[in-house]
Design a protein around this ligand. Structure first.
Ligand SMILES: Cc1cc2nc3c(=O)[nH]c(=O)nc-3n(C[C@H](O)[C@H](O)[C@H](O)COP(=O)(O)OP(=O)(O)OC[C@H]3O[C@@H](n4cnc5c(N)ncnc54)[C@H](O)[C@@H]3O)c2cc1C
Length: 341
């Protein structure tokens, strides 16, 4: 944007980062510290190539970006009623539900005061103190619609592959977040939120990417039960399909909601409302309203394939919204980002 006025608008990327920062409790006075060490690292790696002019240019870009983030984050903290010096609020686990062998839901209620309002589709960060003494925060989507007295998160235990260690926070929560446990939780954040229109909606997810979709369906079933909604979900098996029973109840209660699932195993015997299809999601024979707004969430390769299928069906790119459960490598250019795995 600085050198090419026709480059894609950087605003949405900046706002997405600001939401992540606020969920992590980043403070304005941390920017000079990061800037100082970033400039040192640039000098260390590039050596004499970093002339005083180049160093000054990098410094200027850092602060152009940093000042925008600081302002946006101040706004988000103020809107959330959060003092950035105390970004974590205590929540008690009031209920725990095992959704599948590796996925569990936690119903969380603030220890003091009211549950903050949130937009459907947002997430919170949960910070835990690990046995190593490290403190680690991770983001988890609020998988319920606005309920007033509590919020639900649905978490998959991340297993290490090929000798890598198991995920730290998901497994710590899996082992320790039992009813009565008290957790440090951030204010709700995130810019993938349910629109306020009444046009057709297409919700696409894979695996644990069901969480924002479940929140949207719960909200719609209460506020817009007659909105046209098509729900497409892919999973390894029906047994691993988290939140299925809730979604089924809500779909049945809605006037024009239909769901189609794909399972890699046991599709034929899955007791779904509409017969499940075997294998990976394939939208080629599925009818999708061309004026639909799409929300999707799942692994990046899944979302890239789905986005291509939707574009082929005539859905415009601006109507396709997505959440990534990791660094958003898609933010600037969904066609070129490398897979995050
Ligand atoms: C906006 C957002 C919303 C999210 N919503 C949800 C949600 O609703 N539900 C949900 O379950 N998750 C969600 N996530 C993902 C979640 O935040 C965590 O990333 C996830 O739980 C893994 O965290 P962890 O601490 O368990 O794993 P980590 O400890 O962070 O490990 C991550 C991966 O790195 C690998 N790894 C670790 N160390 C090494 C090493 N030395 N060498 C090689 N590999 C290594 C691990 O095996 C693992 O695969 C969301 C993420 C974002 C950004």
């Amino acid at each position: 944007n600085l050198i090419d006025p026709n480059a894609p608008d950087f605003g949405p990327v900046m706002r997405r980062i600001a939401h992540k920062h606020v969920s992590l409790g980043i403070k304005s006075y941390e920017y000079p510290i990061v800037g100082h060490h970033l400039m040192w690292a640039i000098g260390d790696v590039l050596g004499e190539a970093v002339t005083p002019e180049i160093a000054a240019a990098w410094d200027e870009v850092y602060w152009l970006f940093g000042c925008q983030l600081i302002a946006e984050e101040a706004k988000l903290y103020a809107l959330g009623g959060t003092d950035p010096e105390r970004p974590w609020r205590k929540y008690r686990v009031v209920e725990r539900l095992d959704e599948s062998p590796e996925i569990f839901s936690l119903i969380l209620a603030p220890v003091e005061g009211k549950t903050p309002e949130h937009h459907t589709g947002q997430y919170v960060a949960i910070a835990v103190d690990l046995p190593s003494g490290e403190r680690q925060p991770r983001q988890y989507t609020i998988s319920s619609g606005p309920r007033g007295d509590s919020l639900r998160v649905t978490i998959k235990r991340v297993r290490g592959v090929g000798g890598a260690p198991d995920g730290q926070v998901s497994n710590w929560l899996g082992d320790n977040a039992k009813p009565g446990a008290v957790l440090d939780v951030s204010q709700p954040c995130g810019d993938l939120i349910l629109d306020e229109s009444d046009g057709p909606l297409v919700l696409v997810s894979a695996g644990i990417g069901i969480t924002p979709i479940a929140a949207i369906v719960e909200d719609l079933s209460r506020r817009q039960p007659d909105r046209q909604v098509r729900i497409f979900h892919a999973d390894t098996s029906h047994r691993n399909h988290a939140l299925y029973a809730h979604l089924r109840r809500q779909v049945l209660a809605m006037g024009d909601a239909k769901a189609q699932n794909w399972y890699e195993e046991d599709a034929e015997s899955a007791p779904t409302l509409h017969p499940a299809l075997p294998g990976y999601m394939d939208l080629s024979d599925i009818q999708i309203p061309s004026d639909a707004t799409v929300f999707m969430c799942g692994p990046l390769p899944f979302m890239r394939a789905t986005r291509r299928a939707l574009l082929d069906k005539g859905i415009s790119a601006e109507r396709i919204h997505y959440e990534v459960f990791g660094p958003d490598l898609w933010a600037q250019n969904p066609d070129s980002a490398e897979d995050a795995g």
